[in-house]
Design a protein around this ligand. Structure first.
Ligand code: A3P
Length: 346
């Protein structure tokens, strides 16, 4: 009888023990999953969560990491705006170019800001007639989900040089903020060439030397028909934009400085976009192997740009470099005048 009672007691203790361990495990799992799965705001007590099945939360998850990081830094403030459900918003700022200026680096670095949400892909809405014909709702549908206080930024470098684009953007939003990132024009042209060359080599195709493309063989003058040269005449393109937008709606980013010392450039953009200064040196660290700054989103989440950014350029004959620099010089002077930003270009 006593033995039976002892066995019963042991059984009860076993059940109670398992219940306690089970509850403990459940609590641990729940707390962990709250951090991973809930919408951004930790204060959204009574709110209806968004339909998780429909919302790609990837970008918001990045932002959640940042919020945690901000709180750890002690400058996170609970913001009632974050209590709204995320929606797809049209961009309030665009990185319109210039190709090979550092457009991807700029977008990714701005995305470090908790109030910025990037459209990851180049949408090519305004420069591609087929896409444009699909209408503004198609464009909006390509945007990431974000909260009302956040701004969406898209980048498509072809916008800068495509004739129809300024008018089309103006029709969507005449007060949109426009970012143009430029590099020393000859370096940019060589970078442009290097990208095309790499594409040809990947397909086992031969390609001209840069010198052959950039200089007209017959006249020995700079070949202005070569696209990589034309794209670097920044002022010509900008002048077209100024028919639609005032100069104050543009901010010019120094792409060479974004490579060597990105933070001051990013801080200027934060001011231009009327955003509180949130990107700090903590978010950027120099990676000696890559030879570029990489991004630190949080204690654990870091990333460098893809290997296609930061290619080794081929050597270009000094005489051709000089010829191009002399060619670009007057256009550069005009560009400085229009934009109010002077660069140390030759
Ligand atoms: P190169 O490949 O010629 O070095 P885009 O994104 O507009 O195509 O510009 C590419 C350029 O971004 C690269 O040109 C590279 O120099 C520059 N860049 C700027 N910051 C960078 C970074 N942190 N990591 C990699 N590339 C960066």
């Amino acid at each position: 009888m006593q033995l039976q009672q002892q066995a019963l007691l042991r059984q009860k203790l076993l059940v109670l023990g398992s219940l306690a361990i089970g509850s403990l495990l459940y609590l641990v799992a729940r707390v962990g999953s709250l951090d991973r799965l809930q919408p951004t705001c930790p204060l959204d007590g009574g709110l209806r969560p968004p339909d998780a099945g429909q919302i790609p939360l990837r970008s918001l998850q990045f932002k959640r990491g940042l919020l945690l990081h901000e709180l750890l830094k002690g400058n996170g403030t609970p913001d009632p705006m974050r209590l709204h459900a995320p929606v797809q918003q049209l961009p309030r700022a665009l990185i319109v170019g210039v190709r090979k200026g550092g457009t991807r680096a700029l977008l990714e670095m701005l995305n470090l800001h908790p109030a910025v949400v990037k459209a990851s892909q180049e949408i090519h809405f305004f420069d591609n007639d087929q896409n444009y014909a699909r209408g503004i709702d198609w464009y909006r549908g390509k945007m990431p989900f974000s909260f009302p206080h956040q701004i969406t930024i898209e980048k498509s470098p072809a916008y800068f040089i495509t004739e129809e684009v300024p008018e089309r953007i103006f029709k969507m939003n005449s007060s949109i903020k426009l970012l143009v990132i430029v590099r020393e024009p000859t370096t940019r042209a060589v970078s442009d060439y290097t990208q095309v060359l790499e594409g040809k080599e990947r397909k086992n195709k031969t390609y001209h030397k840069f010198e052959e493309l950039a200089v007209d063989e017959a006249t020995c003058e700079v070949n202005t028909k070569y696209k990589a040269v034309r794209t670097s005449i920044y002022t010509k393109h900008l002048e077209r934009w100024l028919h639609f937008f005032p100069a104050e709606q543009f901010h010019v980013v120094d792409g060479d400085r974004l490579i060597s010392d990105p933070l001051p450039e990013l801080q200027q953009v934060e001011r231009f976009l009327n955003l509180p200064a949130r990107i700090s040196q903590y978010n950027l660290y120099f990676n000696a192997t890559r030879g570029f700054y990489c991004l630190r989103f949080s204690l654990v989440f870091k990333k460098c740009l893809a290997g296609s950014k930061g290619r080794t350029h081929p050597d270009v004959e000094a005489s051709v470099v000089e010829k191009l620099q002399r060619f670009f010089h007057p256009f550069n002077q005009k560009f400085y005048q229009i934009t109010g930003r002077t660069f140390n270009w030759p």
